[in-house]
Write a protein that binds this ligand. Structure first.
Ligand SMILES: *[C@@H]1O[C@H](CO)[C@@H](O)[C@H](O)[C@H]1NC(C)=O
Ligand SMILES: *[C@@H]1O[C@H](CO)[C@@H](O)[C@H](O)[C@H]1NC(C)=O
Ligand SMILES: *[C@@H]1O[C@H](CO)[C@@H](O)[C@H](O)[C@H]1NC(C)=O
Ligand SMILES: *[C@@H]1O[C@H](CO)[C@@H](O)[C@H](O)[C@H]1NC(C)=O
Ligand SMILES: *[C@@H]1O[C@H](CO)[C@@H](O)[C@H](O)[C@H]1NC(C)=O
Ligand SMILES: *[C@@H]1O[C@H](CO)[C@@H](O)[C@H](O)[C@H]1NC(C)=O
Ligand SMILES: *[C@@H]1O[C@H](CO)[C@@H](O)[C@H](O)[C@H]1NC(C)=O
Ligand SMILES: *[C@@H]1O[C@H](CO)[C@@H](O)[C@H](O)[C@H]1NC(C)=O
Ligand SMILES: [Zn+2]
Ligand SMILES: [Zn+2]
Length: 839
């Protein structure tokens, strides 16, 4: 039987899932001798490159310039023996001087000259943030005067013969084709700053005497594509200059970086630093060759391992200039007053951020940078968009925050999200206090609660994955993990109970209910209970199988085959092999575990697609995310549907519905509305408005169902018959016997009601009459409006008046509140103990 297999598949996937959760990503790697050989040879290549770096001097790398031909008099071009920096590699180095020029221009623009003296050049410009670690975002534009290279411009098997190049004649990865787009830069500096001896002022520009290692992750996006790459380099804190480069099999970027700097002082300082730190890295990698097989200075974020057959990418060199914080943003006036020291202010802010001691800081200025990005092999140059080429109102280079502030922001959001989930848990518990009887559980849509549970599960998985590397966001992530776990567990327990109640019932019980209800026991005893088989009488709607599994129809088909005993029926219906048995047991319902297993798979699937969506086109990703969120926020639709099918006015507390809607919109609002959000996600206020309207519409429909009736505006034949507990009571229905017992003038009135029918009839303002009767539950008077023969009752007051009473199929009438409370506990008429159709 297929059903017995399901738990096994589910277990298999669960084990897989647990392994996936538990294993840290890079520690379980297959160990191969070939790979360590490859690594050894790569490391010795690095060693040789390091020797080249050690032995070269400023000026050894002077490639052919764009406006100079080889036989001009300005000296022959010089190259160095590093992969990518050699003449035979044919990189488009002729734009290197242009790159330096643009970088210098940005620096001079950022740090303004005093009296025509470029103080920046001699490292005496305005004070600048000493630590550049942070995240920044902005826009880039392509510089027009370049002609891009194609893969055919290079013969990689010639320049790097030791590698088996893969797909090197197709378009390379990380190739930007658009003319503008978005850029996002994440920088992380080494804590240790190294001092060095500056050259004399004649060798300007100077580096400022301090230097540190720096790494960064650059995300570039244009209309068509987006990619992420890792860069390594150095940072001169006094000058605010950052230079970083990608490094790969075909480009020894980090070893040649000093030759790409602005001048001899930058060269000698970075050469000395890199000489040490690269040697240290190589030595460490060599020592841990069997445990650490990641490429050092790896450019590819996704594939950190050494590979013998790499695919080529475009290489990048980035020059960035940190802008000095403006006087306004530091809370200073325009005029320079005596005794104030901007450098001290900046320094106190930085030390306070690093080691918070509670020192008073008014405002922490943004981190602000401008940058030039040059690709020496794909041959293009990009610049961040901003002054002086563009007005500051249009774009202002890269703006972001220092990493400490970023961490604070993330922590705030995580804590808020955890609090939101905690309130969700409270709402859920509050709802469960009301929803715990079979009758009330039967009303709640399994899917509505499932959607919430799935999203909580995704939150939990994300938090659990992140928590291992969360570092400074560890505690908030842990909090989020536990609240979402709590929400998942409590939601899951509610789901389990709903499933238990709503799972297709054994046939015998169903038939018993149906038979006693409809009073046509003889006909329904053999006919299966399906919507189209219902007779004239009020009948129990198919118990909650709506939308869940094919069981009722399959059972019906099997039963039909059994009843008619037709031979080809047995061939057509697989279950009909059991036709000799009078009542084939319906296929066992899906177990709750198998459903949860499917949900976990769904969570995995959505996560994988979501992660891969990071590399999609920006618009495609935005559509994908918006559609996912739209589906998520459609969570009340299954409840509306269930209300219609079950003819139930209200299944969930209003507090729950409204609260959950708001709480599930709130964390999204941050990313959709706040332009300053920590993910630098593009805000989409219009989409968010649509989402809000959609949620509001669902709540509105739920409210309408509660007030007007669940089948409001739904054509009659679309829904299975269900007992209407709030019928219009008409005097002329007397013949049909539909007026509840005790309200008919012909009925012998109740024992203690000896009034005549005229006496009981009171004229209603709406035109009908009102009769009174005692409610058997609370023994209070119940006023029942009755429409006179031949009249119509369409008034709104009529709708509300009908809400006051409930009529059972056995023609007993009660207060709505009384019977609803009663039905929470038992589905039997309080007077005659007939079964009642559930609400
Ligand atoms: C670096 O070069 C110097 C000479 O400039 C040499 O003495 C030294 O041994 C070299 N170091 C390495 C690690 O090659
Ligand atoms: C051409 O090269 C010379 C140096 O060789 C330089 O001074 C000049 O600015 C360059 N011109 C252009 C347009 O790049
Ligand atoms: C460049 O370095 C390689 C080793 O990496 C060496 O075989 C080759 O001879 C060198 N070329 C020159 C011109 O020094
Ligand atoms: C980069 O993209 C441009 C435009 O599509 C294309 O012409 C060029 O060949 C690509 N370059 C590489 C190295 O793939
Ligand atoms: C690339 O270089 C290899 C080895 O030098 C040579 O065999 C091959 O023909 C070259 N390919 C092209 C397209 O020039
Ligand atoms: C930071 O720099 C110091 C000195 O240059 C070096 O020893 C250390 O390994 C670097 N740390 C990192 C994480 O790169
Ligand atoms: C920030 O800079 C100061 C001085 O340059 C240094 O002492 C400190 O370690 C740096 N902190 C970080 C996180 O880089
Ligand atoms: C590079 O480092 C080595 C020691 O690892 C040292 O002997 C050499 O002088 C350094 N070279 C430069 C240019 O700093
Ligand atoms: Zn009552
Ligand atoms: Zn009854």
């Amino acid at each position: 039987m297929p059903q017995t297999n399901q738990p096994h598949t589910w277990k298999f996937f669960f084990v897989f899932f647990v392994i996936w959760l538990i294993l840290p990503d890079s520690e379980y790697q297959s160990q191969s001798v070939a790979l360590s050989d490859l690594i050894l040879s790569r490391l010795s290549d690095y060693r040789v490159a390091l020797d080249v770096l050690n032995s070269t001097r400023w000026g050894d790398f002077a490639p052919l310039e764009a406006n100079r031909t080889e036989n001009s008099d300005a000296g022959s071009p010089k190259y160095i023996n590093l992969t990518g920096f050699r003449d035979e590699d044919h990189f488009s180095w002729q734009h290197l001087n242009k790159f330096r020029e643009r970088g210098l221009k940005l620096s001079h623009h950022a740090v303004s000259a005093v009296d025509g003296n470029e103080l920046w050049d001699v490292a005496e410009g305005e004070p600048i943030w000493a630590n550049a670690s942070g995240v920044l975002g902005g826009q880039w534009v392509r510089r027009p005067e370049f002609s891009p290279r194609t893969p055919d411009s290079y013969n990689l098997s010639q320049s790097v013969p030791s590698m088996h190049w893969y797909a090197d004649k197709w378009d390379w990865a990380r190739n930007l084709t658009g003319t503008s787009g978005r850029i996002h830069l994440r920088l992380e500096g080494n804590k240790t700053v190294t001092g060095y001896e500056q050259l004399s002022k004649t060798d300007a520009p100077l580096g400022g005497g301090l230097i540190r290692n720096m790494k960064g992750v650059l995300t570039m996006e244009d209309e068509g594509s987006s990619f992420e790459t890792r860069l390594w380099g150095v940072h001169w804190p006094r000058q605010g200059v950052i230079m970083m480069t990608t490094t790969s099999e075909k480009f020894d970027g980090i070893f040649g970086l000093p030759h790409l700097t602005l001048g001899p002082d930058y060269f000698q300082s970075s050469q000395r630093l890199l000489n040490q730190s690269l040697a240290h890295t190589i030595a460490t990698k060599k020592k841990n060759i069997y445990t650490d097989q990641n490429i050092p200075w790896n450019a590819d974020v996704e594939n950190p391992l050494h590979t013998p057959s790499p695919a080529p990418n475009c290489e990048y060199i980035i020059y960035a200039q940190i802008h000095p914080p403006s006087r306004q943003s530091l809370g200073l006036g325009d005029t320079i007053s005596k005794g104030e020291n901007v450098a001290d202010i900046i320094q106190s802010i930085e030390s306070e951020l690093e080691h918070p001691l509670g020192a008073p800081i008014q405002r922490i200025p943004d981190l602000h940078m401008s940058s030039v990005i040059y690709s020496p092999d794909c041959s293009f140059m990009l610049e961040t968009k901003g002054p002086p080429d563009f007005p500051p109102s249009e774009a202002d280079h890269l703006v972001g925050v220092k990493s400490e502030i970023q961490v604070t922001r993330i922590n705030k959001w995580l804590i808020t999200y955890a609090a939101v989930i905690f309130i969700q848990v409270m709402l859920l518990k509050d709802q469960m206090r009301e929803t715990y009887t079979p009758s009330t559980l039967g009303r709640v849509s399994f899917w509505t609660i499932s959607v919430m549970g799935i999203v909580d599960c995704m939150t939990f998985c994300a938090a659990a994955t992140w928590v291992s590397e969360a570092q400074s966001t560890f505690l908030p992530t842990l909090t989020l993990m536990f609240t979402s776990l709590m929400s998942m567990m409590i939601g899951g327990s509610l789901l389990a109970r709903i499933h238990e109640i709503q799972a297709p019932q054994p046939r015998a019980r169903r038939e018993g209910t149906a038979g006693s209800n409809s009073g046509q026991a003889s006909s329904t005893a053999s006919a299966p209970l399906t919507p189209n088989a219902t007779g004239t009488g009020p009948i129990l709607p198919g118990p909650v199988t709506a939308g869940r599994g094919p069981d009722p129809t399959a059972a019906a088909a099997a039963a039909a085959a059994a009843a008619t005993n037709v031979a080809d029926g047995a061939a057509a219906v697989p279950g009909a092999a059991t036709a000799t048995r009078p009542l084939p047991p319906p296929s066992p319902p899906q177990t709750f575990q198998s459903i949860i297993g499917r949900y976990l798979l769904l969570v995995l699937f959505i996560s994988f697609v979501g992660i891969s969506s990071l590399t999609w086109y920006a618009t495609a990703r935005s559509w994908f995310i918006n559609i996912c969120v739209f589906v998520y926020l459609s969570m009340w639709v299954p409840q509306i549907y269930r209300n219609v099918i079950r003819n139930c006015r209200r299944a969930l507390k209003w507090k729950f519905v409204v609260g959950q809607s708001i709480l599930r919109l709130a964390p999204l609002a941050y990313f959709w509305l706040d332009a300053d959000n920590f993910l630098f996600a593009r805000t989409e206020p219009h989409s968010f408005l649509v989402l809000c309207l959609w949620v509001w519409l669902q709540i509105f429909v739920l409210a309408t169902q509660d007030i007007v009736g669940p089948r409001f505006c739904v054509p009659k034949d679309w829904t299975p018959d269900a007992w209407d507990y709030h019928p219009v009571l008409r005097e002329d229905n007397v013949e049909a016997g539909a007026l509840p017992i005790g309200l008919n003038p012909e009925d012998s009135p109740g024992h203690d009601h000896r009034r005549s029918s005229e006496e009981r009839d009171k004229l209603r303002p709406g035109g009908g009459i009102t009769r009174t009767i005692d409610c058997a539950i609370c023994r209070e008077l119940l006023e029942v409006p009755i429409v006179k023969a031949g009249e119509e009752d369409m008034s709104v007051t009529g709708v509300f008046a009908r809400r006051m009473y409930m009529v059972t199929p056995c023609r007993h009438i009660f207060h709505t509140d009384c019977l609803e409370n009663w039905m929470k506990f038992r589905l039997q008429c309080p007077i005659c103990r007939e079964d009642l159709p559930p609400l």
